[in-house]
Write a protein that binds this ligand. Structure first.
Ligand code: KIV
Length: 284
């Protein structure tokens, strides 16, 4: 199977079949890649689902780069997208380009950044440096302070108009695709129809070019699962059951069993004489 590139993602416009999922480490990147996803997002949701911060504001560029490296070491077929964290691109184009270059050096093949037309010049500058950019509009969790929480976007006409303008500005700036988060499905559908680049939706309905979910939501590992996410398995329960079985077996003397006691002596051991010998030596 050939490596997925941004050109392949562009060709999937109109199919509704693009699949993106987050991953933050080597083993999970291997597993999700073997499941055949098109893109792996090293999302800044890392902050909450892995590092235990209350919001994405806690995660730094350094954290993101370390986890991007871990994902890239899995050498996935899927395109690896690094999520630019809060504070890594807001203040200037040059800072944004520097951060994006650091992501590429860590193994990312594209970066994602949150924001609309106000960040179009950042997108343009990063694309000019040769790095593909994925936009992200609608609910933008890094801006929760500005918007007063994690509210759905695009329900009133003025917001819908703004979202359309943002989407077009990001496309114009050179973004290769666009995440649309937590908007009315009709709005995501409208943007999907208007744009030539693929839209990847989360909590914005079915009529997009693809979907993205946070891996820990799919697996039932998140502490707080958003209402639009689907839990496909309850790994929290499965893991707790496995660990409590292990704890019980240790306490009942059942683990390790003979099949897990694998180191064999090279010569027969007379335990009694060895103990006697040690005892005599220590009494001198
Ligand atoms: O960080 C993340 O996981 C994301 C997705 C929700 C799109 O940005």
């Amino acid at each position: 199977m050939e490596k997925v590139t941004v050109k392949d993602i562009a060709r999937m416009k109109g199919t509704g079949k693009i699949v993106m999922v987050t991953a933050y480490d080597y083993p999970m990147a291997k597993i999700v890649d073997s499941a055949g996803v098109d893109m792996i997002l090293v999302g800044d949701s890392l902050a909450m689902v892995v590092l235990g911060y209350p919001t994405t504001h806690g995660v730094t560029l350094r954290d993101m780069l370390r986890h991007t490296m871990a994902v890239a070491r899995a050498k996935p077929r899927a395109l690896v997208v690094g999520d630019m964290p809060f504070g890594s691109y807001e203040t200037s184009n040059s800072k944004a380009v520097r951060s994006a270059i650091a992501f590429v050096r860590a193994g990312a093949e594209a970066v994602k950044l949150e924001g609309g037309s106000e960040y179009a010049d950042r997108v343009k500058a990063i694309v000019k440096a040769g790095i593909p950019v994925m936009g992200h509009i609608g609910l933008t969790p890094q801006r929760y302070l500005k918007y007063g929480g994690y509210k759905p976007r695009g329900r009133r006409l003025d917001e819908i108009r703004q979202l359309l303008l943002d989407a077009e500005a990001l496309q114009e700036a050179g973004a290769f695709s666009l995440v649309i988060e937590f908007t009315a499905a009709e709005v995501a559908e409208l943007i999907t129809r208007k744009l030539q680049i693929p839209t990847i939706c989360i909590g914005s309905g079915l009529h997009c070019d693809g979907q993205v979910l946070v891996l820990h939501d799919i697996l039932g590992l998140s502490e707080h699962t958003p209402p639009f996410a689907k839990k496909y398995v309850d790994l929290k329960q499965i893991i707790a059951q496995a660990v409590s079985s292990y704890a019980r077996e240790v306490r009942e003397g059942l683990f390790p069993g003979p099949e897990h006691t694998v180191v064999r002596l090279k010569e027969p051991l007379d335990l009694e004489s060895l103990l006697r010998d040690i005892g005599e030596r220590s009494s001198h």
